[in-house]
Design a protein around this ligand. Structure first.
Ligand code: ATP
Ligand code: MG
Length: 570
């Protein structure tokens, strides 16, 4: 490809809307352009990287026995009503009507469509297992699209769905997908970790997320420093302390004190000269419309995913100011476990059971209790693991120290079980002729997010440093002076020979100063630069620059192919 005839609109300025490195660099390197919030055009360079990731995904999925198909993006509401998700998916599902007034949506995922397909064609256990996948555009009306392709509204996903006659068969496919995902992300040059994950709204039994480690990631992962345990903090278990007796008595007398306008943990504890861990934080929720008070220690953070699971709630939301006032009798900031009416379910974190002489809201404006003790002053609540793990907690598997790292979720695999097959009547006849629901799994990879994550992990102040398997081009040939006919024709000859040998080469034949060409080549991050200058014409020597290390060596033209190949390990 000749740069002069290609379309790479690089930018000198850092676009104001971009916050993280990958987003800034993808805009500056001319890989993507924003059309509207969360909607992007893939420019030629961006598209080439996306296609590379797709090719790796396709190869590894095929190798693992999955079969490619392509489903429509527009989906009829009837299927979503059958699965029950038309009412539960929420506003991320973009719904609309066709000219006949029928309801449709843009597919954010394809469980319904694929289950409908399979139920029409699978009859017997002999037709199973089956693992079908597509690489296709999804639409999710994300509440806060951000970070470019990282959290877009329209994005390309590889989604696979497996259908099995037995739990063992699902296990086998799940393992095969797990391995395929590891190979895919290794081949994309990413530093990643598979972590145990919550199954979210899709539901099911087991799930792993594939996390690319990066400071700017939106997920927190608890990683053990000793064993291989790694889990999303949405799920990471916190073991209760075992040495002490829960709900033991304290020594202070109970008092109600005035705390005018003191609402936050910090305000109250500063005012009363207490520590955050001496206060019980009381959060009021509505779980499927019913009031719940969740208690955590003042220095801990409630984990809503865990709370939702403990309550078995379909829908969990923080109560608004009016609801808090109705439920507790006091404005927001003064709720506490003592004196709540019996219709409020009180659920405490395990750590709360070991608190004595503690502080809590008095369910009265501008008042808190101090010196509260369980049993003596109020009924002990039910306790569960409902808080977010901290670096001070031990690894739930081996007891060693854990660290919290940040990650970008690039892939997600789920064991779905029979949730969709039961709801939608996707059954098969087993070997005894009995009708059973098909056991399903689903497996997603964000293609654009993978490219963005690779850039997030591989860049420097000059620009992108593409891992060669997903680089838009492998080699860039920069001609120092295109007006020098000998120089240009030498560069063209090199371009031909490298291209013929199977390398993907971009020939920078623009009539620009060398500095401009170098800057652009570094910004767009092509792994190898070949500079053709005077030495090439006179002595047959070209410069080879490694984008990663920025080391430059002189190489004889005849050795160029071997050297370039070695660089990108092709
Ligand atoms: P997240 O928690 O980041 O919203 P998710 O759990 O909703 O992700 P899945 O439903 O598991 O994601 O989708 C599979 C994959 O699709 C994700 O692992 C991710 O790589 C990608 N993905 C999901 N949402 C987006 C988005 N808004 N933009 C780009 N990629 C996305
Ligand atoms: Mg999401």
């Amino acid at each position: 490809m000749r740069y002069s005839k290609y379309f790479i609109p690089t930018l000198k300025e850092v676009p104001a809307e971009a916050e993280i490195a990958s987003h800034k660099l993808m805009l500056r390197a001319g890989m993507i352009r924003k059309l509207a919030s969360g909607l992007y055009t893939y420019l030629p360079l961006g598209l080439r990287s996306i296609r590379k990731v797709e090719a790796i995904v396709r190869q590894e999925m095929n190798r693992a026995g999955a079969i490619e198909l392509l489903m429509p993006m527009v989906q009829p509401a009837e299927l979503w009503k059958e699965s029950g998700r038309w009412d539960h998916y929420g506003k991320e599902l973009l719904r609309f009507k066709d000219r006949h007034g029928r309801d449709f949506c843009l597919g954010p995922t394809h469980e319904e469509v694929i289950t409908d397909l399979v139920r029409k064609h699978i009859r017997s256990y002999r037709d199973l297992p089956l693992n079908l996948y597509q690489i296709q555009t999804k639409f999710r009306d994300e509440i806060r699209p951000r970070f470019g392709l990282m959290r877009a509204r329209e994005f390309i996903m590889k989604d696979a769905y497996s259908f099995s006659a037995s739990a063992e068969s699902l296990d086998e496919i799940y393992q095969a997908m797990y391995k395929a995902y590891c190979r895919i992300f290794e081949r994309c040059g990413l530093d990643f970790r598979p972590v145990e994950a919550d199954t979210g709204s899709i539901g099911g039994h087991a799930s792993h997320e594939f996390m690319v480690l990066a400071e700017t990631g939106e997920d927190d992962i608890a990683c053990c420093t000793a064993c291989s345990y790694a889990a999303n903090t949405e799920l990471a278990e916190v073991k209760p302390k075992s040495q002490m007796e829960p709900f033991s008595p304290g020594t202070s007398t109970l008092k109600k004190v005035e705390t005018p306008g003191k609402k936050s943990v910090e305000d109250v504890t500063d005012f009363l000269n207490k520590k955050a861990k001496e206060l019980v934080k009381t959060l009021i929720f509505l779980a499927d419309e019913r009031p719940v008070a969740a208690l955590v220690r003042g220095d801990h953070e409630l984990n809503e995913v865990k709370l939702k699971r403990v309550l078995g709630a379909e829908n969990l939301e923080m109560a608004g100011p009016d609801a808090v006032e109705r439920i507790t009798g006091a404005p927001v900031g003064f709720a506490g476990p003592k004196g709540l009416t019996s219709d409020v379910r009180v659920v405490a974190d395990h750590a709360v059971a070991y608190m004595k002489d503690f502080v809590a809201g008095a369910n009265e404006e501008d008042a808190h209790f101090v010196g509260l003790n369980w049993k003596r002053d109020l009924e002990p609540p039910e306790t569960h693991d409902i808080r977010v793990i901290t670096p001070r907690d031990p690894c739930p598997r081996c007891g060693s120290a854990i660290e919290i790292k940040r990650g970008i979720e690039v892939g997600h695999i789920f064991k779905l079980g029979t949730k969709y097959s039961e709801a939608m009547g996707a059954t098969f006849l087993d070997s005894t002729g009995k009708e059973k629901p098909i056991i399903m799994g689903c497996y997603g990879i964000g293609v654009g997010r993978t490219v963005a994550a690779a850039i997030e992990q591989n860049h420097d102040e000059r620009g992108i440093i593409f891992p060669s398997p997903i680089a838009p081009f492998e080699v860039i040939i920069s001609v120092i002076n295109v007006k020098d006919k000998d120089m240009l024709s030498m560069a063209e000859a090199l371009y031909d020979s490298l291209s013929q040998a199977g390398l993907e080469v971009l020939l920078d034949d623009r009539n620009e100063r060398p500095g401009v060409k170098f800057k652009d080549s570094e910004l767009i991050g092509i792994p190898v630069r070949v500079t053709v200058g005077k030495k090439a014409v006179k002595e047959g020597l070209v410069e080879l620059t490694n984008r990663q290390t920025m080391e430059t060596r002189l190489v004889a033209q005849k050795d160029l192919l071997e050297e370039a190949k070695a660089f990108i390990s092709k």
